[in-house]
Design a binder for this molecule. Structure first.
Ligand code: ZN
Length: 252
């Protein structure tokens, strides 16, 4: 039976979320990331996502066997969220192939902050995904650019983060299919902070906030955006197509 698009019905079905985290910054108890995220930022992301009745959430980290992303786990994942920074190179190409295949099959991918430079994001984009950055405790103001987009549900027209690492243009990505947020930084730079793409049957949302030395993922508006991003990226029961040699649809 085809699923209807009513919000109510969508929210009744459960979205299986896997929160992936590199989990290296939080390992040193004397440093800021561990003080902010004593159980890792994946624990905080999983906690607030798990408060939603329409989501079941698991976590996976780099140092688990197969980075916690076995064939089984990915087969049971509707949306994968990704945070990485120090150890992008340690993610095995075999797992990147596996995640890419699942995205093309319809799994949603939500890439956070420094995940812009992850192997999987670069693979899905096909560009360098490089950007300009600095870390001087400046304010960021994010503006909703597409107020009709489901990712902005319940989000104010603009909101601020007291301190965030600056990510600035140019951001070397392909033109987003949907541009949802633009961020402005106190030092004068701007950035496409919330971008959406479609790849195969899958949907990808990139969201810039989330530097590890600031408590960004405790912010209720940020939590709202990520929750909405997961819901938007979740697969729907849409048309299944076939490829290859095809019989004529009309008599020739
Ligand atoms: Zn950062």
């Amino acid at each position: 039976m085809r699923r209807s698009y009513s919000t109510e019905e969508t929210h009744l079905s459960t979205t299986r979320v896997t929160v992936w985290n590199e989990f290296r910054h939080e390992m040193n108890p004397d440093e800021e990331p561990a003080k902010i995220y004593p159980h890792g930022m994946h624990a905080v992301l999983a906690e607030f996502l798990g408060r939603n009745a329409d989501m079941s959430v698991r976590t996976a980290t780099l140092d688990e066997p197969e980075h916690g992303l076995t064939e089984d786990v990915l087969a049971q994942t509707d949306v994968l969220t990704w945070w990485g920074h120090l150890a992008h190179a340690e993610v095995s190409d075999e797992i990147v192939d596996r995640v890419q295949k699942r995205v093309l099959e319809g799994m949603g991918l939500v890439v956070l902050h420094s995940g812009h430079y992850s192997k999987i994001f670069k693979r899905m984009m096909g560009t360098t995904c490089d950007l300009r950055w600095r870390e001087i405790n400046e304010k960021e103001r994010l503006f909703v650019i597409d107020p009709a987009h489901p990712i902005t549900e319940g989000v104010p027209p603009w909101f601020e983060l007291v301190h965030e690492e600056m990510y600035g243009e140019r951001f070397d990505i392909p033109q987003p299919d949907e541009l949802v947020f633009i961020g402005w930084f106190q030092g004068g730079d701007v950035f496409r902070s919330g971008c959406c793409w479609h790849r195969g049957r899958g949907k990808i949302f990139y969201f810039q906030p989330g530097h590890e030395t600031y408590p960004i993922y405790y912010d209720p508006t940020i939590q709202r955006v990520i929750t909405n991003g997961v819901r938007w990226a979740a697969p729907r029961d849409t048309t299944v197509v076939s490829f290859g040699n095809a019989p004529a649809l009309e008599k020739i």
